[in-house]
Write a protein that binds this ligand. Structure first.
Ligand SMILES: [Zn+2]
Length: 473
């Protein structure tokens, strides 16, 4: 079903959900509160009376023909239906602004609620993030016009594709001393997605308001430590073939960086059967900063460099199992072919993001951040951030250092410089190379997250041992 609502095209689920235009459509409905918002879109243009539409969504709904629309494909039947969903979204963001956490819980769908141990944990997170000093820091919220998204399939929120309504949301926060963030990072952007839950529209993805939304670094971070395994992959592809022109070194490197699809699915199946749950780096940070309780046996899977095989082999295997991962993109290489190495296109990367994968920066040109001039290092951090923001509509918050530098072998001064530059460029977390020793993630060293390498030809037992050593399970 392809329907367009209020002038926002929904040519396909993908372009509607993640196309570059999406970031520029924050114009349909806005509800500024306070007077400090600087980039607010136009005034209230909602064509629906909020209270009326919201009550319609609860009482005047069409009975479902199947048991529970979540898995039974209850489509958004019309633009009017999308309008009802829009009213629920408005009610949700207004509740955020007013610190009405119970109202937000009431508007959340069943799967969204299941992400929390209970309503108290949900409320505690929202209070820690959006009212760190007891007073709401939200000064304005705005929503775009609703877009129908047929067959929405974000593996974080859906158990199978469902029709959904998506609105691009913008939450503007007060520039008080509550956060240690550059001012530009205090305008949170993301998509609020609603699905039918029973007979009502409910919020499935809370976008900028949720634990997967942009991370906010508190001005006074609590001291917390975690031991979550962060695995590092490169290629998932059939074993590389040796060509006559390939040196011994290049061949061995290719083998070492390539996990075969068979080994990869074996590893994923082991994680699933042993009750591991994949989380994003953003979720890890929400746990460190806002006390979000992570699922049992959390693990982060990361993929460096953005190779084409990630979209061909890794992503489908992850999605089939409802697992997520973090893909660290070298923005200057997107869509390129360098010798035998092929890189994903922006469309493919956008497809990963639409499916619930986290997209991180791996710089523009994969240069050593420890030996560049300050200006060039800043260019690598800002340039990759801007490219990802332009193509996906959401700024990356994770920086993955090429070859782990400057933290692997460069000077303490170079390391100190990067620890100053990374937050200035809006990053909230940094991923190290596994050659740098470490096991814990801490709120005191968020730019030095240790990782575990998954060697190309490692048998399952070796990978399992490296996870168990760290996770203690
Ligand atoms: Zn790399």
């Amino acid at each position: 079903m392809h329907v367009s609502v209020a002038g926002v095209g929904a040519a396909s689920a993908l372009s509607a959900a993640v196309g570059p235009a999406a970031a520029e459509t924050v114009s349909g409905v806005s509800s500024p509160v306070g007077s400090t918002a600087s980039q607010q879109p136009s005034e209230h243009t909602a064509s629906i009376d909020l209270a009326t539409a919201a009550s319609m969504s609860r009482s005047n709904s069409t009975p479902s023909s199947s048991s529970g629309c979540r898995g039974g494909a209850c489509p958004a039947r019309s633009a009017a239906d999308a309008g009802v969903a829009q009213a629920v979204a408005l009610e949700y963001v207004h509740a955020l602004q007013a610190q009405q956490w119970p109202a937000m819980w009431e508007l959340s769908d069943a799967l969204a609620r299941r992400r929390w141990t209970d309503e108290g944990a949900f409320a505690a997170f929202l209070a820690a993030k959006f009212a760190p000093n007891g007073k709401s820091t939200v000064v304005a919220v705005s929503l775009s016009a609703p877009v129908l998204v047929p067959d929405w399939n974000d593996v974080r929120f859906t158990t199978q594709p469902v029709d959904a309504v998506r609105l691009d949301a913008q939450v503007t926060l007060d520039r008080t001393a509550a956060y240690a963030m550059p001012p530009g990072s205090l305008v949170l952007r993301g998509a609020v997605v609603l699905v039918r839950d029973g007979t009502a529209w409910k919020v499935a993805d809370d976008g900028p308001a949720g634990p997967l939304g942009p991370v906010l670094v508190p001005a006074r971070p609590p001291t917390r430590r975690l031991r979550v395994p962060i695995m590092m992959y490169h290629h998932v592809a059939p074993a590389p073939q040796r060509t006559p022109r390939m040196s011994d070194y290049d061949y061995r490197l290719a083998v070492d960086l390539t996990v075969t699809p068979e080994h990869f699915t074996e590893q994923l199946d082991w994680l699933v059967t042993h009750d591991f749950h994949t989380i994003s780096v953003a979720q890890l940070m929400a746990a460190l900063y806002d006390g979000v309780r992570l699922p049992r046996r959390p693990i982060v899977l990361t993929f460096d460099d953005g190779y084409l095989d990630n979209a061909q082999y890794a992503a489908p295997a992850l999605m089939q199992r409802h697992l997520t991962a973090t893909f660290n993109i070298i923005t200057g290489y997107v869509g390129a072919t360098h010798g035998p190495l092929q890189y994903m296109s922006w469309d493919q990367i956008a497809g990963l993001a639409a499916a619930g994968m986290e997209i991180g920066s791996h710089t523009v040109d994969h240069r050593d951040l420890g030996i560049l001039s300050e200006q060039d290092a800043r260019g690598e951090l800002d340039g990759s951030r801007d490219a990802i923001t332009q193509h996906l509509g959401v700024a990356p918050q994770v920086i993955c250092y090429p070859s782990g530098e400057p933290f692997r072998s460069r000077t303490p001064a170079a390391q100190q410089r990067l620890l100053r530059l990374a937050p200035q460029s809006g990053y909230v977390a940094g991923l190290l190379d596994p050659k740098v020793a470490g096991a814990e993630e801490t709120s005191e060293a968020p730019y030095q997250m240790p990782r575990i390498r998954v060697p190309g030809e490692a048998p399952l037992s070796q990978v399992v041992a490296s996870i168990q050593n760290l996770a203690g399970s």
